[in-house]
Design a protein around this ligand. Sequence first.
Ligand code: MN3
Length: 255
Amino acid sequence: MKKTTALLLCFSFLLMLPSCNNKKLTEVVEVPLPSAQEKISIGNPDDVKADAGTFEMAKLPYSYDALAPNIDARTMEIHYSKHYLTYTNNLNKAIAGTDFKQLTIEEILSKSVLDSTDLRNNAGGYYNHSLFWECMGPKAGGQPKDTLAAAITKDFGSFENFKSQFKNAATKQFGSGWAWLIVDKTGKLQVTSTPNQDNPLMPNVLIPGTPILALDVWEHAYYLDYQYKRKNYIDAFFNIINWDVVEKKYKENLK
Ligand code: MN3
């Protein structure tokens, strides 16, 4: 009797095996694929807000995907909503309870920010990115017009000369940093570059002046799309420079 029960149990078990296998196979097939909503996770820059503090994030004047294919949407989203947000929050923390709270960002940068690495990096990061966003736009690129075009020709010989100097400065900036078009204290246009989050308003720089065009050459600005090919990113930047904004800034700095 016991033997019969054991045999029956074995037989039942064997019968169950194919059914288990089938169930497993069905489960594998039924793993849900990511929905369209999960694949597209690009947010809205207007939803990103810095913590309460003296300085607010400059509004991104276009959507994250507006500069594609020159700068992809994911890079723009991470850059604006993570890197720039962090600089803004850390700048506000660094100046909380100090006299710097009464000053403009330009005044902070031109004063002794160099004494504090924290303030130097975050005030620089805040100012540099705020200008960078503004200098770019969809349906932009081409060449400057009118007053700025004439000034570029006067100070660089030609637009092509300016372009090659600017690209050279951006390419040769070793490691992380920025390339700039600035108006120096005599009103002349110059190209320069700075490391890290330094900028030409700071008292330590080789060529001081007021920036009117900024290019971020930190790897976080281009690595997802361009990897090590910084040169291709710099070339693409020229397709999205908003020359109307750059000219407006140039005119504000005319003596
Ligand atoms: Mn950056």
